[in-house]
Design a protein around this ligand. Structure first.
Ligand code: NAP
Length: 539
C-alpha cells in the first residue's frame, strides 16, 4: 500500500524531509525551480508510514485505499512519474541554518504578506535573535492565498497554517494596511532595519498590445480573479456576464481557475469563500461556454495535469479539446506532457451532453484585435495557417501572465517586470549590489510556480542575506525597534497587527457560519478596520 499526492499539491515540499525512505520527488537544490508541476510518491519505495500526510500543509496526500473517485487517477500519475524518472537516493534538499544572533543586530523588514513573504519570515524567525517586521498595503495577510487561489481550492488555502509559528514569535511584528511607497518610504525602512526584503509579487496582468484590449468587457484575468476573491482593488469592477460565451486568452492554471469559476453551479460556489458580490453576480450569469485560446499546441499547454484532469469532474460541464495533436505519437514527450495528451484524448471520447455547459480548448490561434465600439463584442484571432476568425464574446479575459510594478527607490527591470537581482540580492542597472535590499517570490523570479515554489525561493534569498550579515555588510546603526510604531502614527497610518487580523479572520468565519460557508470576506476597508478593532477578537 502507498500514499498518493493529488491535485492540490502546492510543491512546498514539507513532506520531503519527513519521509523516512526519501521517496518523494522531484526535489531541487535551494532556490532551484524543478520542472514538474507537483510532487510524486514512488509507490514501490513508500513504506506506508503516513509521515508525509501529517506534514502536508494542504491535505494533498491520501492513502491509496481512501482516494475519492475524482482523485483515483493520481495513483497512476504518481507511479508513472517514477517509470520515467527512477528514484535516485541523492537529492534530499539541504536546509539552511544559522546560529542565534545577538538581539538587535539583525532587524529585517519584509514588504508583502503573501506566501513568499511568509516563507522568508518563517526562515528568519527560526533563528533566535532575529527581529522581523512585515508590511502589507492590504489590511489582510497571505497575498495570493487570499486573493489569488481559487475559492473552490480551500485545501490549498490551508497552507497558511505553516506560518503560525513565525507569526506567534515575539520577535515578529506585522503592520498591515501600510503601503510602502505611500505611507512610508523605502528610505524609512532602511533607517529602521538592517535589511529589507521585497516580496510584493506581480500584481498587474500583462497586456497583449492589440487594438481594443482596453474596451470595457476586455480585462486582465488577474483583475477578474481579484474580483471574485474580494480584493479591495477589484471589488467595484463590473464584469459583463450577459452573453453566452466568455473567451480566455492563454491556457495556464489561472485560465483554468477562471473557467471553472465562470461555469460552476451557484450552489457549489456558495460552499466556498468566493466574495459575496461575485457570488451574487455569477448566480445570474448567462455564460454557458468558456473558450480557452492558446497560441501554441496542446503539447505546450501551460496548465498542469492535475488542474486539467479536475475539469472532467466539474458537474454539468463538458470539456472539449479541439486539437490535431491528439493522435500524435508521444514517445518523446516528458511524463507530464504524455499525461496531458492522454487526459485530452479521454475528454474527446466522452459523449457531450446538450444540456451541459462547455469549456472549449483551442490551440494555434493568436488574438489580434478586440472588436466593438463602446464595449468588447468579439475577438479576432489568426490561425497558425494565417486565416482569420472572429469569435463573438462580451467577456474577454487575457490570462497571459503578470508583471511586478516598480517600487520607489528600488531598481526595476521594466522589460521583465521584476526587480533586477542575483539569487535575491537586488542589483543596480550597473550590476552592482544594493546593500541590504533583497527580493523573493514573483517580484524576484517572475510569475512562475505554485505556492510551495516560494519556499525554496525564500530560502535562497535568506541564505544570501545571511552571507551578507556574516561578512558584516548589514552592520550599521538603525532606529530603535519601537520607533516604527511612532513613525506610522506620525504618518497617520491605521495599521492592522496580527491580533487585528485574527479579529478579522474570526469575524469573517462567523459570518460564514451563518450560511455554512468557510468565511464571508470583508472587502471594504472601513469594514475591515472595524472588524480588526472589534473587542471580541478571537485569540
Ligand atoms: P502561465 O502558466 O505562465 O500561462 C500563461 C499563458 O499565457 C500561456 O498559455 C502562454 O502561452 C500565454 N501567453 C503569454 N503571452 C501570450 C500572448 N502574447 N498571446 C497569447 N498567449 C500568450 O501563467 P498563469 O496561468 O498566470 O499562472 C502563473 C503561475 O501560477 C503558474 O506557474 C501557474 O502554474 C501558477 N498557478 C497555479 C495554480 C494551481 O496550481 N492551481 C493556479 C493558478 C496559478 P505560451 O506558453 O505560448 O507563452
Amino acid at each position: 500500500m502507498t500514499y498518493v499526492i493529488t491535485q492540490s499539491c502546492c510543491k512546498d515540499a514539507s513532506c520531503v524531509p519527513v519521509c523516512p525512505v526519501d521517496c518523494i520527488r522531484p526535489v531541487g537544490a535551494t532556490g532551484e525551480i524543478t520542472g514538474t508541476e507537483m510532487l510524486y510518491i514512488d509507490p514501490v519505495t513508500c513504506i506506508d508510514c503516513g509521515a508525509c500526510v501529517d506534514a502536508c500543509p494542504v491535505d494533498a496526500i491520501y492513502y491509496e485505499e481512501e482516494l475519492p473517485p475524482e482523485l483515483e487517477r493520481f495513483k497512476d500519475i504518481n507511479s508513472s512519474y517514477f517509470e520515467h524518472h527512477p528514484l535516485a537516493m541523492d537529492s534530499q534538499r539541504a536546509g539552511t541554518d544559522h546560529p542565534a544572533v545577538e538581539q538587535g543586530s539583525l532587524r529585517v523588514a519584509i514588504v508583502g504578506a503573501g506566501p513568499a513573504a511568509c516563507y522568508a519570515a518563517a526562515e528568519l524567525t527560526r533563528v533566535a535573535g532575529v527581529e522581523v517586521n512585515m508590511f502589507d498595503r492590504l489590511a489582510t495577510p497571505f497575498g495570493l492565498v487570499r486573493t489569488g487561489v481559487a475559492p473552490d481550492h480551500q485545501h490549498t488555502k490551508a497552507v497558511v497554517k505553516l506560518f503560525d509559528p513565525a507569526f506567534a514569535s515575539p520577535r515578529f511584528e506585522c503592520h498591515f494596511n501600510v503601503e510602502v511607497g505611500k505611507t512610508i518610504t523605502h528610505e524609512d525602512l532602511l533607517a529602521h532595519h538592517h535589511a529589507v526584503i521585497y516580496a510584493v509579487g506581480a500584481p498587474k496582468g500583462r497586456d497583449l498590445g492589440i487594438p481594443g484590449e482596453k474596451l470595457p468587457g476586455s480585462y486582465a484575468a488577474a483583475d477578474f480573479v481579484g474580483w471574485y476573491n474580494g480584493h479591495p482593488d477589484h471589488a467595484d469592477t463590473t464584469f459583463d456576464l450577459s452573453a453566452e460565451r466568455a473567451v480566455i486568452i492563454g491556457n495556464g492554471n489561472v485560465a483554468l481557475d477562471v473557467a471553472r469559476i465562470l461555469l460552476m453551479a451557484p450552489e457549489d460556489l456558495a460552499k466556498t469563500d468566493i466574495a459575496q458580490h461575485a457570488l451574487d453576480k455569477l448566480s445570474d450569469s448567462a455564460i454557458e461556454e468558456v473558450v480557452i485560446l492558446a497560441r501554441r499546441g496542446l503539447r505546450e499547454a501551460a496548465f498542469s495535469v492535475g488542474e486539467f484532469l479536475a475539469l472532467g469532474y466539474l458537474p454539468g460541464v463538458d470539456v472539449i479539446v479541439d486539437s490535431d495533436e491528439l493522435d500524435a505519437h508521444d514517445d518523446d514527450d516528458d511524463v507530464e506532457t504524455r499525461m496531458k495528451l492522454k487526459i485530452a484524448r479521454e475528454f474527446t471520447q466522452r459523449p457531450v451532453q446538450p444540456q451541459n455547459k462547455r469549456i472549449v480548448f483551442r490551440f494555434m490561434v493568436s488574438p489580434v484585435e478586440v472588436g466593438g465600439q463602446e464595449h468588447a463584442e468579439s475577438l479576432r484571432v489568426v490561425h497558425a495557417g494565417g486565416e482569420s476568425e472572429v469569435i463573438e464574446s462580451r467577456l474577454i479575459l487575457r490570462s497571459i501572465g503578470q508583471r511586478g510594478v516598480p517600487i520607489d527607490g528600488v531598481p526595476f527591470d521594466d522589460a521583465n517586470g521584476v526587480v533586477s537581482n542575483e539569487h535575491g540580492r537586488v542589483l543596480r542597472e550597473d550590476g552592482q549590489r544594493v546593500p541590504g535590499v533583497y527580493v523573493t517570490g514573483w517580484i524576484k523570479r517572475g510569475p512562475r510556480g505554485v505556492i510551495g515554489t516560494n519556499r525554496s525561493c525564500a530560502e535562497q534569498t535568506v541564505q544570501k542575506l545571511w552571507e551578507d550579515y556574516d561578512s558584516g555588510l548589514l552592520d550599521r546603526e538603525v532606529a530603535a525597534r519601537d520607533a516604527m510604531v511612532g513613525l506610522l502614527a506620525e504618518r497617520g497610518a491605521e495599521p492592522v497587527d496580527w491580533q487585528g487580523w485574527r479579529a478579522i479572520d474570526a469575524a469573517e468565519r462567523e459570518r460564514g457560519r451563518e450560511t455554512s460557508r468557510p468565511r464571508v470576506k470583508f472587502v471594504d476597508i472601513a469594514e475591515l478596520l472595524s472588524a480588526a478593532n472589534s473587542s471580541d477578537a478571537a485569540c
